[in-house]
Design a protein around this ligand. Structure first.
Ligand code: NAD
Ligand code: UDP
Length: 331
């Protein structure tokens, strides 16, 4: 593995959509990255380009079970522990709710303990879902949220709230140097075609000519952040050395309805897909938009990629993926 002097970043969930982009950014910043992933929703394809990278290792492990012993044995100069492990799409995190909850509670505990033992900085990828179906709009970090603790989304929402609680307890006790990002809906290349989230669903449906599935009336809103902008925000948060220690929203405040998103994607793909309406999932938040004043003030961060540009890159990614899949099946 790594010589004693190099700085190591542990990326739990590094084979996933955001995690794999963070592996790239950390390597580009000169760090050695060790990805820990159970490949529940993560994919080797997201890491294939790092196969020959000497500053990259990947371990197949579930953070619920504890971390690989070699990480705790010493000899590694672990500077950062990033917790990005957790399926983020409602159908995936609801498929095994107990696993989702425990990933956030036990997995976060194991990673905090690793940060404590190594004196590493710890980053938790929390979520806008901790605001639940918000009664305050836009959502500011000071808002405590409106989460149904017994509904089908609770394994994720309450799991993340508990992960924040544990992280801030470690911080207050001086056990770990903690940073918490509340990430709002993020999209871009390396999302799975079968991820189930609205951007990947609508883009893949539009490209294949399948019916577009709109849940509810399509009047509910979200604010979509392109992955490069998010990665920039997370990298700033990791190196942040100022006095501020609370959770920080990272997202793009450009709010639109699901219906508007569908219209945009249909126009950009010149698709003739029809739109079908399905039942709105239980506890689906009606609206969501981040207040990012804090991130601007503390991190000097602003998202830069307009929705049209980000969606165009996402369309190009799914087109390439579809061509590659067609090539494989014709062999
Ligand atoms: P993703 O599903 O693509 O990635 C999650 C990764 O974690 C996958 O590689 C998965 O295999 C891995 N994983 C899940 N449970 C694990 C476990 N117990 N042990 C080891 N690995 C495990 O999702 P993503 O969109 O890349 O999300 C990454 C992180 O960001 C998650 O923590 C998610 O909650 C958070 N987040 C994402 C969004 C978003 O819009 N993408 C929004 C808010 C928060
Ligand atoms: N949604 C939709 N069609 C889909 C997938 C999702 O209309 O095929 C809706 C979903 O009900 C929600 C919004 O789009 O109102 C965003 O869903 P997503 O799963 O992407 O993110 P989250 O609900 O976690 O914010």
């Amino acid at each position: 593995m790594q010589s004693k002097k190099s700085k190591v970043a542990i990326v739990a969930g590094g084979a996933g959509f955001i995690g794999s982009h963070m592996c790239d950014a950390l390597i580009a910043a000169g760090h050695h990255v060790i990805c820990i992933d159970n490949f529940q929703t993560g994919r080797w394809e997201n890491l294939r380009h790092l196969e020959r990278e000497s500053r990259f290792d990947a371990v197949d492990a579930d953070v619920i079970e504890g971390l690989p012993a070699r990480l705790s044995r010493g000899g590694l100069d672990i500077a950062f522990v990033l917790n990005l492990a957790c399926a983020a799409s409602p159908p995936h995190y609801q498929a095994d709710p107990e696993h989702t909850l425990l990933t956030n509670v036990l997995g976060t505990r194991h990673l905090l303990q690793l940060a404590e033992r190594s004196g590493a900085r710890f980053l938790l990828s929390s979520t806008s879902e901790i605001y639940g179906d918000p009664e305050v709009h836009p959502q500011r970090e000071s808002y405590w949220g409106n989460v149904n603790p017994t509904g089908p989304r609770a394994c994720y929402d309450e799991g993340k709230r508990a992960a924040e609680t544990l992280s801030f307890d470690y911080l207050r006790a001086g056990r770990a140097d903690v940073r918490v990002a509340r990430i709002f809906n993020t999209y871009g290349p390396r999302m799975r075609a079968d991820d189930g989230r609205v951007v990947s669903n609508v883009v893949t449906q539009a490209l294949s000519g399948d019916d577009i599935t709109v849940y509810g009336t399509g009047e509910q809103t979200r604010s979509f952040c392109y992955v490069d902008d998010l990665v920039d925000g997370l990298m700033r948060l990791i190196v942040y050395d100022g006095d501020y220690r609370g959770a920080i929203n990272l997202g793009n405040p450009n709010e639109l309805t699901v219906g508007d998103l569908v219209d945009k994607v249909l126009a950009m793909t010149c698709s003739r897909s029809a739109v079908t309406y399905r039942a709105l999932p239980v506890d689906d938040p009606r609206r969501r938009r981040p207040d990012i004043d804090l991130a601007a003030r503390v991190l000097g961060w602003q998202p830069k990629v307009p929705l049209e540009k980000g969606i165009a890159k996402t369309i190009a990614y799914f087109l390439t993926e579809a061509k590659a899949a067609a090539g494989r099946s014709s062999k």
